[in-house]
Design a protein around this ligand. Structure first.
Ligand code: DHB
Length: 389
């Protein structure tokens, strides 16, 4: 009699305390970024965007407090991996996020798989990254998306002989390959493919070679933070005056640096998924709020990848009532999300877990006294061309 009465009470008390402890426990988001080193601007942009998202959307979701745990990997893959391990094992994060460069994302993928922790890639953009773990979801972009768009645009605009110059690692090799393939399909040629090292690149000897080859255009991919150096050396050598057009993926005319590149950048055409000048009400609101919170800093494509990554995490938390069901339930709730981003409408393809989005053709123009990538054409809802292979 007694036990029959006490038992349900004990069970109720235990379940109540477990639930309330669980609800009181913060949901931790591990955010691993290069805050120092050559990719520090990527870390700065993404951290600022994540903080803005939280300031605008609150730090409690589905009754659970959200805690952002930020780690600086300095852009070194071994550090990223070690930090991810530490975040999963000691901090018990529910999501890993960030990943400023391809090697950093690839180094961490096995940790996401082993621990069944969703890994939101907010920056790195080599096509194959999403295939490195079934727990990876990407909110940035892929280089094949941009390179294909440019490989169609350039030949239609008189550029039949082009030299490519890319940074010699994953995203650069993707850019080179998909641009060249598309040029060939359009009966145009890549007459030389040049690759510069990721660490301490010296563009001078490569640009001299390009000058000697006298192509119609030079197509460039360099990672965020490097475009200004290429632009400076291109102009110093008078390559524009020699009749060589400069084109590339939008990483070249990165909004983080563009306004300091000077008038020589005017007219450069690039293909990309985000411009701070994207003419939508949502983007205007985003750019204004980001600048206000960050001393006038203009958000770039890295910021947007971080902002949208936070959105994907927040919505997954709402749909799982605060992360119930663990990493697998969170992952399932990330797949298939469709929403309006500051870049335009995007969705997370449920099969590939990669971002599907518009790719814009943009030209550097002066607007209100500042340099911007002004969109003039769009390829709608582009899936990653790398996935079809
Ligand atoms: C990658 C890094 C960048 O800074 C960028 O602009 C594009 C791609 C990368 O390492 O994947």
């Amino acid at each position: 009699m007694k036990t029959r009465f006490i038992f349900p009470l004990v069970a109720l008390a235990v379940s109540f305390s477990v639930n309330s402890v669980w609800a009181q426990e913060a949901f931790k988001i591990g955010l691993i970024l290069p805050m120092t080193g050559p990719s520090a601007s990527t870390g700065k942009q993404i951290e600022a965007a994540a903080r803005l998202y939280m300031a605008q959307n609150g730090s409690t979701v589905a009754g659970r407090k959200i805690e952002l745990v930020i780690k600086d990997d300095g852009g070194v893959p071994d550090a990223t991996k070690r930090m991810a391990q530490e975040l999963v094992v000691n901090e018990k994060v529910g999501v890993l996020s960030g990943f400023g460069l391809t090697p950093l994302a690839l180094a961490t993928a096995p940790i996401a798989t082993q621990s069944k922790t969703p890994m939101v890639v907010m920056a790195a953009a080599t096509s194959s990254i999403t295939e490195a773990s079934p727990f990876i979801v990407r909110t940035s972009f892929t280089l094949p998306q941009c390179a294909v768009a440019m490989g169609d645009w350039a030949p239609k605009n008189g550029m039949k002989r082009v030299v490519t110059l890319v940074t010699d690692y994953g995203p650069g090799i993707d850019a080179e390959r998909y641009f060249k393939e598309r040029m060939l399909l359009n009966s145009a040629q890549v007459v030389e493919s040049l690759r510069v090292p990721l660490r301490n690149p010296d563009f001078a000897p490569f640009l001299q070679k390009v000058r000697d080859l006298k192509p119609d255009a030079l197509f460039v991919f360099v990672p965020s933070g490097t475009g200004a150096a290429v632009m400076k050396q291109f102009l110093e050598r008078g390559m524009d005056k020699a009749g060589i057009k400069l084109i590339g993926t939008g990483d070249l005319t990165d909004d983080d640096q563009l306004n300091d590149m000077g008038e020589g950048a005017l007219g450069v055409v690039t293909s990309h998924h985000y411009s701070a000048a994207h003419p939508s009400a949502l983007n205007k609101k985003f750019v204004d709020a980001f600048k206000k919170a960050n001393n006038g800093l203009r958000p770039n494509f890295m910021a947007v990848g971080g902002y949208d990554g936070m959105r994907v995490i927040y919505e997954a938390l709402k749909n799982t009532k605060g992360g119930q069901g663990g990493g697998e339930a969170m992952l399932a709730a990330m797949k298939g999300q469709i929403f309006e981003s500051p870049r335009g409408q995007i969705y997370i393809d449920a099969q590939t877990r990669d971002v599907v989005q518009n790719i814009y053709l943009r030209k550097v123009e002066k607007k209100d006294g500042e340099l911007y990538n002004v969109e003039f054409d769009v390829i709608k809802d582009m899936k990653d061309p790398g996935k079809a292979k």
